[in-house]
Design a protein around this ligand. Structure first.
Ligand code: G
Ligand code: G
Ligand code: NA
Ligand code: MN
Length: 248
């Protein structure tokens, strides 16, 4: 209760920020876009990571204004940078038609190409309310916003339903990237997951890339995009621009 009332207060006081973690296109090593990740600045000026508050926020109606804030910052960023921007949606967001329509309005008011906005939805969020999830994804695809399944491979989704959902990408969970440097079985499993995505005509992104060895393995396996600390962590907009200028 205390945490939630602080979030509500600080949202109005401008204490939340959206940081941006670059994603690389592996075919040419260029920056293809980024993922927006929320941060909360406390009284001392330190950043509180989302793991400390989002699980609680996601279980309340506050997730609506928080996600609206995230979507707005993402569209603003997209209107001033090249590439696409992904944001994370929670289960409640998928059940909230007003929020989905607000995202459409934001894309229009910032005059960005809808396909430059992507939503990431975890496998477990999708499975927890399939009926709402399907309707939400169809609505988003109708606007032209892209949809990627996050943490793929960890949420017990069936391949049968994967084939019939209106999605455009798969983001393979970092657990599958972890061992590929030294474990041949881990590398073969990752190759399979990339194949699943490509078989279904989906764009495949690997997350949690922390070493150059993992980076080269992903290139070799034909993965489309990668994200991870080996390239950059999530950066505030100003630092992102500086980083990007050095990496083009
Ligand atoms: O950036 P960090 O690794 O600390 O984020 C941890 C987790 O917090 C992410 O995996 C993501 O699921 C969640 N998260 C970060 N930003 C957002 C956001 O804007 N919305 C939602 N729903 N979750 C977020
Ligand atoms: O799961 P999701 O797609 O929301 O991933 C975003 C989270 O992953 C962020 O919290 C981000 O800080 C974290 N993250 C990004 N790159 C790496 C990495 O290379 N290693 C680890 N362990 N976490 C990462
Ligand atoms: Na994500
Ligand atoms: Mn993920």
């Amino acid at each position: 209760v205390k945490l939630i009332s602080k979030v509500r207060r600080d949202l109005d006081r401008g204490k939340f920020e959206l940081h941006f973690q670059p994603k690389l296109r592996l075919s040419d090593g260029r920056v293809s876009g980024c993922e927006g990740l929320i941060r909360w600045r406390d009284e001392s000026g330190a950043l509180i990571p989302p793991g400390m508050f989002m699980p609680k926020v996601e279980n309340t109606t506050l997730i609506e204004p928080v996600t609206r804030f995230v979507a707005e910052r993402a569209c603003q960023f997209a209107s001033t940078h090249t590439g696409f921007v992904s944001i994370n949606l929670s289960v409640r967001n998928l059940q909230d038609e007003h929020l989905l329509d607000a995202m459409k309005a934001l894309v229009e008011s910032y005059a960005i190409e809808p396909a430059r906005l992507e939503v990431e939805i975890t496998e477990s969020a999708l499975m927890s309310d399939m009926v709402a999830a399907r309707k939400a994804l169809e609505r988003l695809r109708c606007f032209g916003v892209k949809v990627s399944i996050d943490d793929f491979g960890t949420g017990f989704s069936s391949f049968e339903y994967l084939q019939h959902l209106p999605i455009t990408g798969l983001k393979i969970d970092r657990a599958f990237v972890k061992g590929i440097g030294d474990d041949p079985r881990a590398k073969r499993l990752l190759a399979c997951l990339i194949d699943v995505g490509h078989t279904l005509d989906l764009e495949v992104t690997a997350e949690g890339v922390e070493t150059l060895e993992q980076h080269w393995a992903l290139c070799q396996l034909g993965c489309d995009q990668a994200q991870g600390f080996v390239y950059a962590k999530a950066l505030p907009p100003g630092e992102y621009t500086a980083w990007h200028d050095q990496h083009r």
